[in-house]
Design a protein around this ligand. Sequence first.
Ligand SMILES: [Fe+2]
Length: 229
Amino acid sequence: MALRSLVTPGTLTRGAKSVGLGLRGLHTFTLPDLPYDYGALEPAISGEIMQLHHQKHHQTYITNYNKALEQLDEAITEGDASTVVKLQSAIKFNGGGHVNHSIFWKNLAPANEGGGEPPKGSLGWAIDNHFGSLEALIQKMNAEGAALQGSGWVWLGLDKEFKKLVVKTTANQDPLVTKGPSLVPLLGIDVWEHAYYLQYKNVRPDYMKNIWKVMNWKYASEVYDKENP
Ligand SMILES: [Fe+2]
């Protein structure tokens, strides 16, 4: 009886509060601005797609992520273990959506602001070393993106542990780190239909072919140099 009384919900709730297990000062998220105008990536990606993608899709991930975090905060404060576990998939999906899209916007740049210019310096050298050439890397990422079933992402990442470049795909909104804790995203291509359907209909390979014309290799190089000193 004594043991049973120790694990009543009331005791757990009081215990959680008394040791401060709630997420004090809960941090929620807001939609980051794009570093360019919605129409600035045309003709590779239409302004209509960019606006909807940013204002509707990314915003929805953020709204639902914040909602899940607030529910998590409450569940932890109340010692509600079942709800804490139940919220994990919503946190992974919507938090992943926020993380991935925040990278994606920075992965792109208007053609008149350096978009599409091949990587220089250490990243350019590493790509030649690992994949043979930039063209070979692009072909590999395009092929993996075209073959990815359903919705997801194609990534060029740095494996910090083995100090090598990798190409990976992730399903749904899984961030690259779900494929390995030492993986850092350099470039991510969103291959959800919402990223291209209004312009390219069902022809994902054409979208993937054209996105390289607005790829921000300068951003990828900066991340690479920072993470691989
Ligand atoms: Fe997206």
